[in-house]
Design a binder for this molecule. Structure first.
Ligand code: NAP
Ligand code: FE
Length: 364
């Protein structure tokens, strides 16, 4: 057993403003990685720029990261970084800009390209990374993972390296207030998925249980109220705590088949990452349950509900798959799921037939 989250976390309102001086130790020029709008809309970019200005830290802004970041944008970012000689990287956004910044850092520092970025043996160094999340979902600000999509092959896949842990994460729940209902719901369901996968994973560990149970309890109690009252800071803080716990959990237990089964639903059918996890959540729970040595029952005892109550609550979130799984999809996509790195820590040895069945359940 071990517990290792080598990330300094500043959690709470105004965490950048109150701790900004720590940025000085990373150098005089920052490379800022964001998506198109959310960094600004959330208020995080303004807070950061004010801090950098006070500290006389120069910056280059690369704001071209889109949802499910594609590998070519990592190459572009890494090239711009090279041309500008920055000392460290600051990522603001949901999981997409955070994951992109991690990959840009590795690509730049090790002179990699889109064909060899996933090769762990080539990951020797990285630039220091500061993470500022604007969603309560991926937990990327406390994980060593990055998930990238190859737009040519439509294959989405994650990889991990301890070098990708951020040095500092400024986690301020107020940045999530600008997220609309869909983003709030879908990202919370992603966090829920991470927490549940801490129960499912073959790398499950007792010392993660308090984080898992508390995180799930927070989402169960506060997601629906937060959707009703999106400006409520306390609700936002509770969801952000849950996603931080979820990130800490998967940093140890990793995600499982539940995540890999969702990736093609995103690349082929366009479901958001959280929705892709959400639409398979009930079926995956039923599928895994016989192999979990009573661990799910312990969760439900803690929540003082049963599985059906949990499913009824999930139904209220209105997670729907409004497409049709086709034979072509199954033939084309099942191999990448069977080959995904998550399969190794999935509690059930899954064959092609079982996987087909899991996908086809989405048609009902
Ligand atoms: P995202 O893809 O980063 O962002 C989704 C959308 O939400 C974008 O349109 C974004 O706008 C917008 N947005 C983000 N924050 C906002 C805010 N505060 N206010 C308004 N709009 C906001 O979403 P995500 O769910 O956080 O990240 C998903 C990605 O992370 C997936 O690729 C997934 O596979 C990956 N992931 C990574 C890990 C990990 O451990 N590294 C774990 C799970 C998932 P902009 O485009 O303008 O930014
Ligand atoms: Fe996820």
């Amino acid at each position: 057993m071990y517990f290792n989250i080598p990330v300094k976390i500043h959690f709470g309102k105004n965490s950048i403003k109150e701790n900004k001086k720590e940025l000085s130790s990373f150098g005089k020029k920052a490379f800022i990685v964001t998506g198109k709008h959310s960094a600004k809309k959330s208020g995080a970019l303004d807070d950061l720029l004010e801090a950098l200005n006070t500290l006389s830290i120069e910056f280059i802004l690369f704001n071209e990261i889109t949802e499910n970041p594609n590998i070519s944008s990592i190459e572009k970012g890494s090239l711009i970084l090279k041309q500008n000689n920055c000392d460290f990287i600051i990522a603001i956004g949901g999981g997409s800009p955070l994951d992109a910044a991690k990959a840009i850092s590795l690509m730049y520092a090790n002179n990699l390209n889109k064909n060899n970025i996933f090769d762990n043996s080539l990951h020797k160094s990285a630039l220091p990374l500061i993470a500022i999340p604007t969603t309560s979902g991926t937990g990327s600000e406390v994980t060593p993972y990055s998930v990238l999509t190859n737009n040519e092959t439509q294959i989405k896949a994650g990889f991990g390296s301890p070098l990708m842990f951020p040095k500092i994460s400024f986690i301020d729940p107020k940045y999530t207030i600008s997220a609309n209902k869909h983003i709030t719901r879908d990202t919370a369901v992603d966090a829920l998925s991470h927490l549940l996968e801490g129960i499912y994973s073959l790398n499950h560990a007792d010392f993660l249980q308090p984080l898992i149970f508390k995180g799930i309890e927070l989402i169960y109690n506060y997601l629906l109220p937060c959707l009703e009252e999106p400006d409520n800071y306390q609700f936002r803080e509770n969801l952000m705590l849950a996603s931080t716990y979820g990130g800490m959990v998967i940093a140890h237990s990793s995600t499982t088949l539940q995540h890999s089964i969702g990736y093609p639903l995103t690349t082929v059918y366009g479901l958001s990452h959280g929705m892709a996890n959400g639409v398979v959540m009930k079926n995956m729970m039923n599928f895994y349950e016989p192999h979990l040595d009573n661990r799910l029952n312990k969760l439900f005892e803690y929540l003082r509900i049963n599985k059906q109550d949990f499913f009824n609550w999930l139904d209220k979130l209105d997670l729907k798959f409004e497409h049709h799984i086709t034979e072509e999809f199954l033939t084309a996509r099942i191999p990448e799921v069977l080959n995904s790195r998550n399969m190794a820590i999935t509690p059930v040895k899954v064959n092609e037939e079982q996987l087909k069945k899991l996908y086809l359940q989405l048609n009902h």
